[in-house]
Design a protein around this ligand. Structure first.
Ligand code: THU
Length: 134
């Protein structure tokens, strides 16, 4: 567990712009140097243009010079542990260090689910697949 990372995800969730779904998400990444980078979902009246919290956190990490993350914390509405969407599982897979884990929580509960990142995307497509490109 990483209480500081979870607290960062809970805090940034409050900044989410989610007037359409009303589902606010906060995400926080702990990079290879121990730094925390955060993101929240940002929706748009043109619905498909909305971005997930995880995408924002990854962008912040890369912009700050981070390379990979040791852990990600994700917090959504309600009490249920917020599972990342399929697209974000792929996004996260790209940047997770070996042994990286995911901490999933809901805003109104202290209950937390922690899982190795690789368990969220079995048989993942990744950079290793592209070395065979001709
Ligand atoms: N959302 C995220 O930010 N991350 C996820 O992994 C799941 C979904 C956002 C997208 C949209 O703004 C809202 O939650 C409802 O789907």
């Amino acid at each position: 567990m990483d209480p500081e990372l979870l607290a960062a995800a809970r805090a940034v969730r409050r900044s989410a712009y989610a007037p359409y779904s009303r589902f606010k998400v906060g995400a926080a990444l702990r990079d290879e140097r121990g730094r925390i980078h955060v993101g929240c979902n940002v929706e748009n009246a043109a619905y498909p243009l909305g971005t997930c919290a995880e995408a924002g956190a990854i962008a912040a990490m890369i912009a700050a010079g981070g390379k990979r993350f040791q852990a990600v914390a994700i917090v959504g509405n309600g009490a249920a542990a917020c599972a990342p969407c399929g697209g974000c599982r792929q996004r996260l897979y790209e940047f997770g260090l070996p042994g990286a884990f995911a901490i999933l929580a809901g805003a109104s509960s202290r209950r937390v689910v922690s899982r190795p990142l690789v368990e969220l995307l079995p048989l993942a497509f990744g950079p290793h697949n592209l070395v065979e490109a001709s």
